[in-house]
Write a protein that binds this ligand. Structure first.
Ligand code: AMP
Ligand code: MG
Length: 324
């Protein structure tokens, strides 16, 4: 074929565009990490770039799990729980900052979110259907109080002012992990994607010209959705009493614990929070779950960047003022 320099260049450019466009695609990855299902979806110019980005996100999830799992005796957090009631324990910047953010959510929620819930929380094993008796609970609850967790900015030290106190970051760690995952995707040049860990999702950009559609599941029927929301560049977290639980004598013992009683919080089925940062939406969804409908709506209505939908214990929906 004969062509002028100009038309040849045009043809080459068109072919390059077509080949890139043909190769760009949605790529997904799924793994079980941190005791939950991790899903990553990216729009990538080619498969290798997409797969590399997804692998980097999964590696980050494993790293965070090693740092924050209370089930691993050699994790940094297990070291804190073993010693911080006796002495100041110096920890890494990352864990220090996340504990500090946990304390911020405690302040915001008036103590409904409290990482020291674990002082009583560790007495439950939802898989083995183990729960503490009343005497054990009463003693353990004495140790729950986020104001008794002291952080020292200069030394990065943490100290518990109560004997028997323990912390667990399970109420914000997954949100933090998906936020980190989104940052890694951006570093890999990904502009449209999603990272989710169980009930916590971070959305990057839109779904190429349209919003992502995210559903809130019916807390009593996993195949049904009670609401669908179009989202762009947002974080969304749902806390539900169906995630980890067992039933005994007609009572549902689930994993969201009221810091004042050490028992499973009772008034709602699920809480969904939408906002600009997944660490916050995660912490707030757990905190609002403990607060219940009235106090929970009041809190979220006072935070301009966050919205909520609460499903109460009759299955009725309660959106925050700005939700629509
Ligand atoms: P989520 O699914 O985000 O609501 O997180 C539930 C997890 O948060 C539980 O499995 C616990 O690890 C932790 N948790 C439970 N109750 C509380 C609470 N009152 N404050 C902070 N974290 C909690
Ligand atoms: Mg949470």
């Amino acid at each position: 074929m004969r062509c002028t320099v100009f038309s040849c260049l045009l043809l080459a450019a068109a072919l390059t565009f077509l080949s890139v466009a043909a190769r760009a695609e949605w790529i997904t990855g799924d793994e079980a990490i941190m005791g939950t299902a991790i899903r990553v979806e990216v729009w990538a110019e080619d498969r290798a770039t997409g797969e590399e980005a997804i692998a980097a996100v999964m590696a980050e999830m494993h790293r965070i799990d090693r740092l924050m799992s209370t089930y691993k005796p050699d994790s940094e957090i297990s070291g804190i729980n073993a010693r911080a009631s006796e002495e100041q324990v110096v920890i890494g910047r990352e864990l220090f900052d996340l504990v500090a953010r946990g304390l911020q959510v405690s302040e915001l929620s008036g103590g409904a979110f409290d990482i020291s819930y674990a002082s009583a929380g560790h007495l439950y094993d939802f898989r083995a259907e183990v729960r503490p008796d009343q005497a054990q609970l009463e003693q353990a609850v004495e140790a729950i109080d986020y104001r008794m967790i002291v952080l020292d900015d200069e030394t990065l030290g943490i100290r518990f002012l109560r004997p028997g106190m323990r912390i667990d970051l399970g109420g914000i760690a997954k949100g933090y992990a998906v936020e980190q995952g989104a940052m890694i995707l951006r570093e890999h040049g990904i502009a449209h994607g999603l990272v989710s860990a169980g009930g916590d999702t971070r959305i990057l950009g839109d779904r190429r010209g349209k919003p992502w559609m995210v559903g809130i599941r019916n807390p009593r029927n996993r195949t049904e959705v009670v609401a669908r929301m179009p989202l762009v560049d947002e974080a969304i977290s749902t806390s539900g009493d169906y995630e980890r639980y067992f039933e005994a004598d007609g009572v549902r013992y689930h994993h969201i614990i009221s810091p004042s009683t050490g028992k499973s919080a009772g008034d709602v089925f699920s809480v969904t929070i939408i906002g600009p940062d997944a660490t916050m939406t995660d912490g707030l969804s757990t905190g609002v779950f403990v607060l219940g409908v009235e106090a929970g709506l009041e809190l979220i209505n006072s935070l301009p960047d966050f919205e909520t939908v609460i499903v109460d214990d009759e299955g009725d929906l309660h959106p925050s003022d700005g939700f629509m």
